[in-house]
Design a protein around this ligand. Sequence first.
Ligand SMILES: [Fe+2]
Ligand SMILES: [Fe+2]
Length: 204
Amino acid sequence: MNKLNAMLIDALNDEWKAAFQYYIHASQFRVLHNDPISEHMKDHADDEVGHAERLSIHLLGKGVDFQVVIPEVSSSLDTVEMIAQDLQDEVTTIDKYSAILDAIGDDPKLTDTRVLIEDITTDEVEHQDENAALLKTKIDARKQAMAGGDQGAVIPDEVMAKAMNAFVRLADQSDRLAVRTNSQAFVRRANVVSTWAADCVKNG
Ligand SMILES: [Fe+2]
Ligand SMILES: [Fe+2]
């Protein structure tokens, strides 16, 4: 098996993992927290299934056999922790797709693969932006409820650390993508997300 095909199969496995994780989180947000964020998670899950199917069709079309092996799903009952996990995973996914694009390079025989991966990456960037905004909104809401005396809203230290870590990783990646794509949008995002990470430390 060549390196690129192995990377594509790994990406396929990760897509199925992401789909299951988002479906589980969607369900938990709905049934445990009665939280409309559930709908966003469900939309992301549906997108991940679409990515898995497109990768499967692509691999089979190239004559590459594969067995789906789904990596372990991250799970939590805490609303902040669930979104932080999903954000971390999107950062990892985009790093992996960037590595796949590097492996493809400008080989004209792999144009179809490059177009597919660029297309999927566009969705992942949208998921990532939405997860980051949801995480910030959720942390602010929990802090406000805590200030109002709601003990159930307290964000455990290790969960806050996870959220901060997710923001820091996203800011680092945005800096790298800004250099790679020469995009001011990524520079702006890195700045915003760095502020959010600092916020976690300040009030965490
Ligand atoms: Fe995906
Ligand atoms: Fe995604």
